[in-house]
Design a protein around this ligand. Structure first.
Ligand code: CP
Length: 326
């Protein structure tokens, strides 16, 4: 039996059994998303705040849709629209939100560790929607879900993560999750974009793109953070595209069934060519669709499932998802 957790702050240390529980629950919610009426009453009466202090399209909309499809009350706040723009501290803001009895705070912040700090100072459940260069656990989970949908069991599968590994919270959450499920992870990118002692994460390191993708089942392409240009991590986008960009020519050197993922937002023509992004081997929009189901599962498991069935097992969980409302 898996102990229910209160917060989702990262995938580091999460056991395979719990990851499978989230992915199996996501599959049940995915089925709901295929129905004509995509709403269930599961979290009716629960209130959630989505606090995004960094730009986001996919994650913010995906959380909001997930919460609305679970019938939760949901409110979005950003730095400019909150009293933080008048000097209020994040901690004071959270204390005020808690005074209004919110059940969950989903937070994205440019500083690593902010969700962890919040979790220590609130009774609400906290979900990390991306903190600095640390983790982006729901992106990691939706990536695992997408890979599992295509490949089944991920044990022994080869996943290549390509790009700015040092600054990528997506890479870190993918690495923790993939390793927990027994996948073999290769990271590839310029030396200037590799964290120190990257091997300690349990990954294979490769600096040559073609060697990195030759045996891969999946290539997960990271966004090149163009805002970091000028920080000496790479000389220019053209050079990066030439050495590390995924093009059809690169894909021709991989296994034919190898597919391409990207968390978005994409820099077309830099880390990924338009013909690959729009081509049959990319599953990028499937990742976005899957993200809603995974975030429904996360919200449900954190605040909806607690106390529902003390003795449920991982495999019983999907049956606990209520039918759609008329
Ligand atoms: N993948 C991801 O986090 O995208 P957004 O920045 O648009 O949320």
């Amino acid at each position: 039996m898996i102990q229910p957790r209160k917060h989702l702050l990262g995938l580091e240390g999460m056991q395979a059994q719990e990851i499978y529980q989230i992915l199996d629950t996501s599959r049940s919610f995915h089925e709901i998303l295929e129905r004509q009426v995509k709403k269930v009453p599961t979290l009716r009466g629960r209130s959630m705040i989505n606090a995004f202090f960094e730009p986001s399209t996919r994650t913010r909309v995906s959380f909001e849709l997930a919460q609305k499809r679970l019938s939760a009350d949901t409110i979005n706040i950003t730095t400019s629209g909150s009293s933080m723009s008048k000097g209020e501290t994040l901690r004071d803001m959270v204390a005020n939100l808690e005074a209004m009895r919110v059940d969950m705070i989903v937070i994205r912040h440019g500083t690593s560790g902010v969700p962890h700090m919040l979790a220590e100072h609130t009774r609400a459940s906290v979900v990390n929607a991306g903190d600095g260069t640390h983790e982006h656990p729901t992106q990691g989970l939706l990536d695992l879900y997408t890979m599992r949908e295509r490949l089944g069991d991920l044990a022994g599968r080869r996943v290549t993560i390509l790009g700015d590994i040092a600054h990528s919270r997506v890479a870190r959450s993918n690495i923790w999750g993939l390793r927990a499920l027994g996948a073999r992870v290769t990271v590839c990118g310029p030396r200037t974009m590799m964290p120190k002692r990257v091997e300690d994460l349990g990954v294979h390191v490769e600096y040559d793109l073609r060697r990195a993708v030759r045996d891969a089942d999946v290539i997960n392409v990271l966004r090149i953070q163009l805002e970091r240009q000028g920080t000496n991590t790479f000389p220019g986008v053209r050079e990066y595209a030439r050495m590390f960009g995924i093009t059809n020519e690169v894909l021709n050197t991989t296994k034919p069934e190898c597919f391409v993922m990207h968390p978005g937002p994409m820099n077309r023509g830099v880390e990924i060519s338009p013909e690959v992004a729009d081509g049959p081997r990319a599953v990028i929009l499937q990742q976005v669709t899957n993200g809603v189901a995974v975030r429904m599962a996360v919200c449900y498991l954190l605040i909806g499932a607690a106390g529902e069935e003390e003795t449920r097992t991982v495999h019983e969980l999907p049956r606990a998802v209520p039918a759609a409302t008329a």
